[in-house]
Ligand binder design. Structure first.
Ligand code: TRP
Length: 332
């Protein structure tokens, strides 16, 4: 049986990059896999969080997943801290993973910056918790973007290290799931930078909570170059902004970049941007509206997450029990 696990950080301000890069794929995977989706609040506190904002972001991310089409009956959706098995297995993995492996993690190096001595132990151990998230369900596949590939490789190393330390063949080597055409959505102000919630300019991104007017304005102001659109993808080379906008159109319309170029080749950006706006508004506004509706009733979101946690717990417990037995802990 193929089982998917994936996690998303509870950060406010979800944007088009999150939607096209992760959320929409998660929705589609439900057709072919048993899916477990987790809002990773334990990971979130590896960076400073305001408690009220963390609560709000957790609900907001859950609402956006539900609004986009995650079916909480078919799949499992919950927030990480409700299932203590993640943290328990993470500790056991801390006693299997090597300092040297964690020292190589590029995300830690980036996030810790120059002040390594001051970095949180939790930030350092972040990838170990991620391995526990995945392996506490013996997930076979994890959909990952480029930035998480290294963490998934570490997950495989940890699984192997556990198996060999205890002489068992217990944890699977989880496979990455690379999804179709990679949708890397870049900033609307600079086609060489990723679209990011932390960019100072709100014009750099389309938020899932933006009104149609805001979306229209941001696309109108999006940076371009003076030439018309090319009629082949080769013509996008060296034109990062054109490449990005064409990529966004292609992803929203579910067609290839080549198709977009064929359709708009020779057109001015002004015309292309009008069509792109209409498409973005059509795609996002039902999601936005449903998200707003859900957020009006936080109690309902909380109860969906609690139900999901109960189902997750039921899958994790037997696996964790076996792990404790293998390690040599007395049974309760
Ligand atoms: N680290 C992932 C991110 O920042 C989130 C995450 C936590 C995750 N646990 C996971 C992703 C397990 C996949 C599987 O995007």
């Amino acid at each position: 049986m193929n089982r998917i696990f994936s996690g998303i950080q509870p950060t406010g301000n979800l944007h088009l990059g999150n939607y096209l890069g992760a959320i929409r794929n998660w929705v589609r995977l439900q057709a072919d896999y048993e899916c477990i989706y987790c809002v990773v609040d334990l990971h979130a506190i590896t960076q400073q969080q305001d408690p009220d904002e963390l609560r709000a972001s957790t609900r907001e991310v859950a609402a956006s997943l539900l609004a986009a089409g995650i079916d909480a009956k078919e799949s499992i959706l919950f927030n990480q801290s409700l299932v203590p098995a993640h943290a328990e297995l993470a500790w056991i993995f801390n006693c299997v993973a090597r300092l040297g492996w964690l020292n190589r993690m590029t995300q830690f190096k980036e996030k810790a910056g120059k002040h390594r001595e001051n970095a949180l132990v939790g930030l350092y151990a972040y990838p170990v918790l991620m391995a526990a998230d995945i392996l506490v369900y013996k997930a076979t596949h994890v959909p990952v973007g480029d930035d998480q590939k290294q963490h998934l490789e570490l997950t495989r190393d940890i699984a192997q290290a556990f198996n060999s330390a205890y002489g068992v063949d217990f944890f699977p080597l989880t496979e990455p799931l690379i999804l179709g055409v990679a949708t890397r959505v870049m900033s609307l102000r600079d086609g060489t930078k990723k679209m990011s919630k932390s960019d100072a300019s709100d014009y750099s991104r389309i938020n899932l909570t933006d009104t149609p007017e805001a979306i229209a304005q941001k696309i109108r102001k999006a940076r371009t170059d003076p030439d018309p659109l090319p009629d082949t993808v080769e013509g996008l080379e060296g034109r990062p902004e054109a490449h990005n906008l064409v990529g966004i159109f292609a992803a929203l319309a579910d067609i290839s970049r080549a198709d977009v170029c064929q359709r708009f080749g020779g057109a001015q950006f002004s015309k292309f941007k009008e069509d792109l706006t209409a498409l973005a508004v059509d795609t996002l506004s039902p999601v936005t509206a449903e998200m707003r509706r859900l957020l009006d009733d936080p109690g309902h979101i909380d109860s969906v997450l609690r139900d999901g946690a109960e189902k997750a717990e039921a899958l994790a417990q037997p696996i964790l029990r076996d792990v404790k037995e293998i390690v040599g802990f007395l049974s309760p």
